[in-house]
Design a protein around this ligand. Structure first.
Ligand SMILES: Cc1cc2nc3c(=O)[nH]c(=O)nc-3n(C[C@H](O)[C@H](O)[C@H](O)COP(=O)(O)OP(=O)(O)OC[C@H]3O[C@@H](n4cnc5c(N)ncnc54)[C@H](O)[C@@H]3O)c2cc1C
Length: 417
């Protein structure tokens, strides 16, 4: 039995930040991080750059073993937490090790959704979530092992994949289930603009379709037959079908939706009758489901700053502080020579209405998400400079009733409204 004051499950940015924050507040505490992967903290955000060969592996690694030693943080790598006994306050690992805790943080992040075809075509399917995934992709693109790739799925990771393959002049196709890209978020006009970007970059683009069957070809490639009976030949498939949260550890005790539900101090919410078992348990990072006071609903989000911030707040509170989490999430990437940004809550179904500001000739697209007369989110394509202003509007709860028609004028200057 390994005894610790604090056990952190997950050594990503949320877990590591929490551990380091606890250490600052409590110099004597015994702190351990259990991490399923074999690495010290590295940046998932830098993985696309690493795949494009724009940075070295050293740049991707954010900590060294010496950093953990210096902070007296016991990092257990290859140590997957298998179950938690919330009553005894013990974590059992797959290795058989048992860790007892005074306080526990679950910062287990997410994993790429499984695909039905993965087992049979493991050699042909590529993901982009871990450092190992990035090494596999680098091997593919830097050694000229592929001429043609099919990306499956929409979202930011699909755009990252496209950016990587285009950099190496690899012929790229993309198939998405929805009628247009980001259909759950943006209006059709935005989908048209994104389709135009793909066209300019010579990305073959299939919408409202999905893989029905995969067959191997004699030339050691594959042919994907889609639901709409299209045949797409490729050397490999790049899977970008989103992530699911690693929530299994909390079942039967914690209140779990799509993520682990937390209050504003990032303490976990429990099932009725489990309050005592859930005491001294916190969660942070991609795995949490929290109430977003700006949009008025519970949300899960996945982004680096959110994970860093919630890690910091959870760590502070575990060590006796009382910080509250309120933040406007944002995710921004540069790919295909465009800057794509999601700000706040961009759930089209939740918003009462959206306002599209579109300047196709300038490649600019902005969509504003409004709920109860207030801004709750925005999608910005090449209009990143609006982010500070719109963040302010979201956080101030600015009433947009008076300026709605001006907002709808794509040429209006938001700074002076
Ligand atoms: C390719 C890529 C590009 C990205 N680009 C951006 C970007 O540009 N901007 C942005 O804001 N965000 C970006 N993100 C998202 C961002 O990286 C994540 O939101 C962030 O890393 C989440 O941090 P986390 O610590 O919550 O979770 P994770 O990074 O997922 O860390 C959780 C850790 O927990 C471990 N774990 C899980 N279960 C267990 C268990 N049972 N026992 C032990 N360990 C366990 C996992 O191995 C993992 O290391 C990107 C992500 C990827 C994959």
């Amino acid at each position: 039995m390994h005894r610790y004051d604090y056990i952190i499950i997950g050594g990503g940015i949320a877990g590591t930040t929490a551990a380091e924050t606890i250490r600052k507040a409590d110099s004597n505490a015994r702190i351990a991080i259990l991490e399923e992967e074999k690495h010290v903290l590295y940046s998932r955000v830098f993985l696309p750059k690493y795949c494009r060969n724009e940075i070295t592996r050293e740049k991707v690694m954010l900590r060294s073993l010496g950093d953990y030693e210096k902070e007296r943080l016991d990092l257990y790598t290859y140590e997957k937490a298998e179950s938690i006994d919330f009553v005894k306050r013990e974590v059992k690992a797959l290795s058989g090790n048992i860790f007892s805790y005074g306080k526990l943080l679950i910062a287990s992040g997410g994993s790429v959704r499984a695909s039905d075809f993965e087992k049979e075509f493991a050699d042909k399917i590529f993901r982009l979530q871990t450092l190992e995934d990035a090494e596999r992709i680098r091997d593919l693109v830097l050694r000229n092992k592929v001429n043609k790739v099919l990306i499956v799925g929409g979202g930011f990771i699909a755009l990252e994949f496209a950016g990587i393959f285009l950099k190496f002049e690899i012929e790229t196709s993309l198939v998405i289930k929805s009628k247009y890209f980001w259909e759950d978020y943006i209006s059709e006009a935005g989908g048209v603009d994104i389709a135009e970007i793909f066209k300019k970059k010579h990305i073959e683009y299939f919408t409202d379709d999905e893989i029905f069957k995969i067959e191997r070809t004699e030339e050691s490639g594959i042919v994907v037959i889609t639901r709409n009976r299209k045949k797409i030949y490729a050397d490999v498939i790049a899977l970008a079908i989103g992530i699911t949260r690693n929530i299994e550890l909390g079942r039967r005790v914690l209140n779990i939706g799509e993520g682990i539900k937390v209050d504003e101090n990032l303490k976990v919410k429990t099932l009725p009758g489990m309050e005592e078992a859930g005491r001294e348990v916190y969660a942070a990072g991609d795995v949490i489901e929290y109430f977003d006071a700006f949009s008025g609903k519970e949300r899960i989000i996945g982004n680096w700053n959110h994970s860093f911030l919630t890690g910091h707040i959870a760590g502070t509170n575990m060590a006796g502080g009382s910080l509250k989490f309120h933040s406007t999430a944002s995710y921004s990437i540069k790919s295909l020579d465009q800057v794509f940004t999601f700000l706040g809550d961009t759930d089209k179904k939740w918003a009462d209405e959206t306002i599209v500001r579109r300047l196709p000739l300038e490649n600019k697209y902005t969509e504003l998400f409004i709920k109860n007369g207030k801004l709750i989110g925005a999608v910005l394509i090449n209009t990143f400079q609006l982010k500070p202003l719109l963040t302010k509007w979201i956080e101030e709860g600015r009433d947009l009733a008076q300026i709605k028609s001006a907002l709808a004028d794509s040429d209006s200057n938001l700074e002076i409204l």
